[in-house]
Design a protein around this ligand. Structure first.
Ligand SMILES: *[C@@H]1O[C@H](CO)[C@@H](O)[C@H](O)[C@H]1NC(C)=O
Length: 314
């Protein structure tokens, strides 16, 4: 009896020792985070810096950014600020050169690229001006795709990761959020395939589906949202204004207020992003959602749409 118990213990011990570590070591590894205008992306930058990563924090507009200056001041010398507008080919190429120059000694490339640059547009399709629609696809879909293309040689050399910050909205049919839902669904389609394409190259791909409320001020602040709504209303034709009415319009815009709750807790999302970067065998899809959102996502995917609409008044 005694013998067999110790035999079991020894076997378990060997098994644990024999397994690869669950997490990679951050030391000497470099991560690029886009969209550091958002508090969520900056919180991730801080977290990765604390863990020992070299962090390239990319800002759409680095010049005169107080957020960038504060991040630099409050973090270690391993945080490097980058100017990176993902709709500018030149800036993306310049960023890749800047990264190569500043990689930690002996590092073959970039360990992870984290796409946090996300531009939210809210409004029913008929209201969204076409240039605005185009800009959101330019940033959220084309920008992220092109940046991935440019950075992949660097990521392949490290057998690293590509991580996309997406939104639960990609799976939830709900009015006013159509454009964002479309760009994130497009990105997820790309990511699902990219994951399989990069498997032989030993590069991991993950998606983190953040909750709508989490997004909060990380995606859109209250002032921007109201300004956007006002601009949209002014651009409508008289016929459209009459057909929808100002009350309906305002109510629709108010329905997306969770977007602008600046105090939203995004720690669960930061944890999921960190896990996608650090776990030896990363999970493909993370859903740091609250219970109501998880339930709604499952219902949206599995229930008949008529039933879903009754249950969630979508
Ligand atoms: C990013 O680049 C595009 C195209 O070059 C430009 O239209 C846009 O204003 C730039 N965005 C910022 C925030 O500088």
């Amino acid at each position: 009896m005694y013998l067999s118990a110790s035999f079991v213990c020894v076997s378990i011990f060997i098994l644990i020792l024999g397994l690869p570590p669950l997490q990679i070591s951050p030391l000497g590894k470099a991560v690029l985070i886009t969209g550091c205008e958002s508090p969520l992306a900056r919180a991730l930058a801080k977290r990765l810096d604390d863990l020992g990563f070299t962090v390239f924090a990319a800002f759409k507009k680095l010049q005169d950014s107080d957020d960038a200056a504060t991040l630099k001041e409050t973090s270690s010398g391993r945080v490097k600020l980058l100017q990176l507008n993902v709709t500018s080919e030149v800036e993306m190429l310049e960023a890749s050169l800047a990264i190569v120059e500043q990689l930690p000694d002996g590092e073959p490339g970039l360990w992870a690229l984290v796409h946090c640059d996300l531009w939210s547009v809210l409004g029913e399709l008929e209201w969204v001006p076409f240039p605005v629609l185009r800009k959101s696809f330019d940033i959220n879909v084309l920008g992220a795709s092109r940046l991935t293309q440019i950075m992949l040689p660097l990521i392949r050399s490290s057998k690293g990761r590509v991580v996309f910050l997406s939104s639960a909205l990609a799976h939830l049919p709900s009015p006013v959020r159509g454009v964002l839902s479309a760009t994130q669904a497009a990105l997820e389609g790309l990511a699902v395939c990219l994951r399989r394409e990069l498997k032989p190259r030993r590069v991991g791909v993950s998606i983190v589906c953040a909750s709508e409320a989490t997004a909060g001020d990380t995606w859109l602040n209250d002032r921007d949202m109201r300004a956007q709504a006002k601009a949209m209303w002014t651009l409508l034709s008289e016929e459209q204004k009459e057909a929808y009415g100002e009350d309906y319009f305002e109510q629709a815009i108010r329905s997306v207020e969770p977007f602008s709750h600046g105090d939203a807790d995004f720690q669960a999302t930061v944890r999921a992003l960190t896990d996608a970067i650090m776990r030896t065998f990363p999970v493909f899809r993370y859903t740091p959602l609250n219970r109501q959102e998880k339930l709604q996502t499952i219902a949206a995917e599995h229930l008949p749409s008529s039933l879903y609409e009754i249950l969630f008044k979508a």
